[in-house]
Design a binder for this molecule. Structure first.
Ligand SMILES: [Zn+2]
Length: 129
């Protein structure tokens, strides 16, 4: 298909399955484009991979240190906003909002505009999670 050849080159997605990392009940963590997954959660599905791929795109456009800094600061702000409910805080981080809202659309990484997560910043109180 002609349109596909116009797509931006995808960064490589490396997935490392292991026993203990990420710790606790987190299924996966994306560190510098490498996905770490606890084995007990099984092999990642297409939508989970898409979710992590969206994070990789966010990391690349933010450059890695700024991504993690922003992620951490926004998480703290959301914690206060949601009265220390860590699950609500996590789901309302703009990077996560973008990833969760679009993980089921496998074409999304090709359609996505740079810094698309930014428009999710202002939806802090709009959803119920
Ligand atoms: Zn995520």
């Amino acid at each position: 298909m002609a349109a596909a050849s116009m797509a931006v080159a995808k960064p490589a997605m490396k997935v490392i399955y292991n026993r203990h990392f990420p710790f606790g009940n987190y299924h996966a963590i994306n560190l510098f484009g490498i996905i770490f997954v606890q084995k007990r959660w099984g092999v990642m599905g297409r939508h989970e991979l898409n979710h992590e791929f969206i994070h990789t795109m966010q990391q690349l456009e933010m450059t890695y240190p700024l991504f993690y800094l922003w992620y951490g600061v926004e998480y703290l702000v959301r914690l206060f906003q949601h009265r220390f409910n860590s699950n609500k805080a996590y789901h309302s981080i703009s990077f996560e909002r973008e990833a969760y809202a679009n993980e089921h659309n496998l074409a999304y990484p090709r359609q996505r505009r740079p810094f698309a997560w930014f428009k999710h910043l202002r939806q802090a109180n709009a959803d119920k999670t």
